[in-house]
Design a protein around this ligand. Sequence first.
Ligand code: ATR
Length: 287
Amino acid sequence: MKIKGTTKITGVFGYPVTHTLSPIFQNSAFEYLGIDFVYLPFEVKPENLKTAVEAIKVFNWIGVNVTIPHKKEIIKYIDELDETSKILEVVNTIHNLDGKLKGYTTDGDGFIRSLIEDGKFDPENKNIFIIGAGGSAYAICGSLISKKVNSIFITNRTFENAVKLKEHIQRKLNFQKVEIIEFEKRNEKKIWESIDILINTTSVGMKEGDTLLIDKKNIEKVKFVYDIVYNRKTELLKIAENLKIPHLDGLSMLVYQGAISFEIWTGKKAPVDIMKKSLQEFSKFKY
Ligand code: ATR
C-alpha cells in the first residue's frame, strides 16, 4: 500500500484501540481493489470524543468505525442516523458526506450476512435461543426479526436486562413471539426440542476455563451454533465441531460488519474472502 497525496483516510475510534483487527482486513480490501484509501487505528479517550468527531470533518476523512466505549455517546455529535441506529441508539460506522456525518450500525446486518453467506443458513421461520442481553443481542435480534424468524428465546444472567430486551423487541420491533428463559432454568429439556439456532452473544468463552453455559445434550439438538466470541475457539464451538453441527465464530461477524462499512464508504462490493484471508494470515485464528 502506498500513501500518496490523494489517499483518503478511514479508521476506527476506540479506547483502548490496540486490539482492533479492522485495519488488517480493511486495508487488505482497499489494496486488493486498488482503492486509494487507508484505514488507521485512532485512540480516542472519552473526553476527546467531540474533538475527534470534528476531526473527521476538518481533515475530510471518508468516515470511521466506532468501537468501545463510544458507540452510544457518539450519537450526539452526528448529523443523521440510519433507521437501525435510531432504533438501537448506537453507531458503529460514520460516513462523511461533504461535511455531513451519517451514522450506521452494521453489527446486526453483519451477523445476518455472515450466517447466510458464510454459514449457508437461512434463519427464516427458525426458532432462536439467545444467551445474553447486551448491545450485541439487541443488534442480532433486530436483524433476525427482519429475516422473519419464528420465535426468540432469551436467557441472561441478569433477569432485568432480559426483560428490557424483550420489551424492546415487542414494543420497538413489534415482534411478539419472544420469551424469557430464567438463567437457572436454561438447560431444562423441554425448551430445547424446538430450537434451531443457538447464539452466544456474551463474553463467556473468551477466557480458557470459562464455563459452558449450555449442556452438551441440548447443544446436540440444534441445527446451527453461533458464538460471537472471536479471540479463541470456545468450548461451545469445540462441542459443535465434535458433534458436526454447522457453526460460526465471531470472526465471521467481525468481517461482515466491516464489509458493510467498507461498502458504505466505497460504494463497492467488499471482497469478503480477501478480508477473511488477511485475518487468517495475520493471526493464528482459524476459520
Ligand atoms: P456487548 O455490547 O458486546 O453485547 P455488553 O452489553 O456488556 O456487551 O453485554 C454483555 C452480555 O454478556 C450481557 O448479557 C451480560 O450479562 P448481564 O446482563 O448479566 O451483565 C453477559 N455476560 C457477561 N459476563 C457473563 C458471565 N460471566 N456469565 C453470564 N453472562 C455474562
